[in-house]
Design a binder for this molecule. Structure first.
Ligand code: SF4
Length: 226
């Protein structure tokens, strides 16, 4: 049976295609984008919570130099982990990451789980981080909706989304874009995040230079088309 193609489906197909094309040209070359190692991906995600990319890059390399594996981190005394985190702030993240390393080595044989439903039960891991690790380390078809991604999806598809119901809607939309596991799930989630970091930012929506402005409700309004 032929696949149904409605204007909504078509718009989302174009949104995805243009976003991915833009990301391939303009996405930043960040160290955690060069790896699928679950431990490295997890460390980057914990560090990126509440800290800018530019600051994380140096800390990330230094931290992994000191704790190159999850076993090394699990075996370290808490004071050493805290010391390695010094300067990044929000030390709670370091304590959570350390506890997580101990749980994963004790209960999961040192293998960071791939299933978001299992990941989310680990210390310091919320729905976003669970989706990000599943997608960025294992290329699973999992949505990864942080504040950047939520903002893009809200502006692009659901400008009136608010509250818990709005959050669910955004998450469902994000999930609809990543139905199949594999490199395309990784790329789409990275691309959406990158658009929110570089173009559709909290401070300003640069609709005039946005690759998906023709597929975005806010972008269309900006051009007087709605
Ligand atoms: S067109 Fe504007 S509002 Fe829409 S995603 Fe691009 S920058 Fe954001």
């Amino acid at each position: 049976m032929p696949r149904l193609s409605t204007p909504r489906v078509e718009r989302r197909r174009r949104f995805r295609a243009k976003l991915v094309r833009w990301f391939r040209r303009h996405g930043r070359d960040l160290p955690w984008r060069r790896t699928r190692d679950p431990y490295r991906v997890l460390v980057s995600e914990m560090m990126l919570q509440q800290t800018q990319v530019g600051r994380v890059v140096d800390f990330y390399a230094r931290f992994l130099g000191q704790f190159p594996t999850i076993e090394a981190l699990a075996a370290a005394p808490p004071a050493r982990v805290r010391e390695a985190w010094a300067g990044l702030g929000y030390y709670r993240r370091a304590a959570d990451l350390h506890r997580l390393a101990r749980v994963v080595t004790a209960d999961h044989g040192g293998a960071i789980p791939a299933d978001p439903d299992v990941l989310v039960r680990l210390p310091g891991v919320g729905p976003y981080t669970a989706g990000a690790v599943a997608s960025f380390a294992y290329e699973r078809a999992a949505p990864a909706v942080d504040t950047n991604v939520a903002r893009v999806l809200r502006r692009a598809f659901h400008p009136r989304a608010a509250g818990a119901a709005g959050d669910r809607r955004l998450r469902d939309t994000a999930a609809g874009f990543v139905r199949r596991s594999g490199p395309s799930a990784w790329t789409f989630n990275q691309a959406l995040m990158e658009l929110g970091a570089l173009v559709c930012t909290a401070r300003v929506a640069r609709c005039g230079s946005c690759p998906v402005r023709r597929e975005c409700v806010t972008g269309m309004r900006d051009r007087g088309e709605r």
